[in-house]
Ligand binder design. Structure first.
Ligand code: PLP
Length: 372
């Protein structure tokens, strides 16, 4: 099996599994209890918070553990809308993940207005784009750091500056970016940032929301006093420890992984170029290393995915068929890709565990299928 769908999820780092084990088997005490069995879990939570904070240049008290990217996004959108009745408007983009789009739809149903910015054909939300839409009624701007289908990296620093100059908060869904490119929350100027461990070789079902000190947000879950009383519930210590180890490992290897992934994607694209098969790469010039959105106009991405699957290769597509119709993804629609190209779009997302042999195999099989 060759796994090339790392934007969907990643393989657990074995050192992460080892770090988690003691908290599942022996150190299982509830971190909120005062007795000695809970001492180690409590310390481990504090250590994990400090590690995660350091990896994104935040302070430990600005890290709130959640169940993953979806929860972090829901919290950022709903928590900020509900915390300020005077500034009700939210601005986001049309090509966000559904965790953002459906959270926005939920607050719209409650009467909070939301505007959706359209990305350029390269998959970028520009500063001009935001400047033309923002008003002093805007409470929150939420634009993703890197798009999950295209890999396109957004100009977050200039977007957050515009938001702040209008008195609005800025959130970024950085689920695809954390652990893959350098993240400095101070330099980006964000007030909130979402991340998810299973996208950077950590366990599934755990993530975090960075909330800059002093940022007003409503509680996400009411109950106990965990996470400063804003996200109540007994902490998933093993997974939180695993997330911290995974993030630290990936952050220490950022440069090495980037070089490795760029070499792999270059090899794949060179083979495709040499084959003479026509394709276009989506997402512009600044994309996540290893993430390739490729359109083969006239081909079926869905057919390519299934043929590759039969050969033991996991990739993804930009459109999904059910028995009655083919649905083109909202991301490809938002960048204005024509139907022929959109239907022939696949996403190959390489990760740190892929090697050159696998990439050559992926390219050879793709070329074989496309030429048949
Ligand atoms: N945001 C983006 C950009 C994503 O790619 C994903 C997952 O695919 C999510 C949010 C949701 O994250 P999770 O799977 O941790 O809920």
């Amino acid at each position: 099996m060759i796994y090339a769908d790392n934007a969907a999820t990643t393989k657990l780092d074995p050192t992460v599994f080892e770090a988690m084990k003691p908290f599942l088997l022996e150190e299982y005490g509830n971190a909120s209890q005062p007795y000695s069995l809970s001492r180690r879990p409590k310390e481990a939570l504090a250590e994990a918070r400090a590690i995660v904070a350091e990896c994104i240049h935040a302070k430990p008290e600005e890290i709130f553990f959640t169940s993953g990217g979806t929860e972090s996004d829901n919290w950022a959108i709903k928590g900020s809308a509900f915390s300020d009745p005077d500034h009700r408007a939210t601005i986001t983009s049309a090509f966000e993940h559904h965790a953002i789009l459906r959270s926005c739809a939920a607050i719209e149903r409650l009467g909070y207005p939301v505007a959706y910015l359209c990305p350029s054909a390269e998959g970028i939300i520009t500063a001009n784009n935001l400047a033309g839409c923002i008003t002093h009624q805007t409470r929150l701007v939420s634009i993703m750091l890197a798009n999950n289908e295209l890999g396109s990296i957004q100009p977050i620093k200039s977007l957050s500056e515009i938001a702040h100059s209008h008195g609005a908060l800025f959130h970024t869904d950085a689920v695809q970016a954390v652990g893959h490119i350098e993240i400095d929350v101070r330099n980006l100027g964000v007030d909130m940032l979402s991340a998810s461990a299973h996208k950077f070789n950590g366990p599934k079902g755990v993530g975090f929301l960075y909330v800059r000190n002093g940022t007003k947000t409503a509680a996400y879950a009411n109950g106990g006093t965990q996470e400063h009383g804003l996200r109540a519930g007994t902490e998933n210590v093993a997974s939180i420890v695993g997330m911290a180890v995974a993030l630290k490992n990936n952050c220490e290897e950022l440069d090495q992984n980037r070089k490795h992934l760029l070499a792999l994607e270059n090899a794949l694209l060179t083979k495709l170029d040499q084959s003479g098969i026509y394709y276009q790469r989506n997402g512009g010039d600044r994309v996540l290393p290893g993430l390739l959105s490729l359109s083969f106009p006239g081909s079926s991405g869905e057919r390519l995915l299934h043929r590759m699957d039969l050969l033991g290769i996991c990739i993804s597509t930009g459109s999904a068929c059910d028995s009655k119709r083919t649905e083109i993804s909202h991301v490809l629609k938002a960048i204005g890709l024509d139907d022929k190209a959109a239907l022939g779009t696949i996403r190959i997302s390489l990760g740190k565990y892929n090697d050159m042999k696998e990439v050559n195999e992926i390219a050879d099989m793709l070329i074989r299928i496309l030429s048949s």
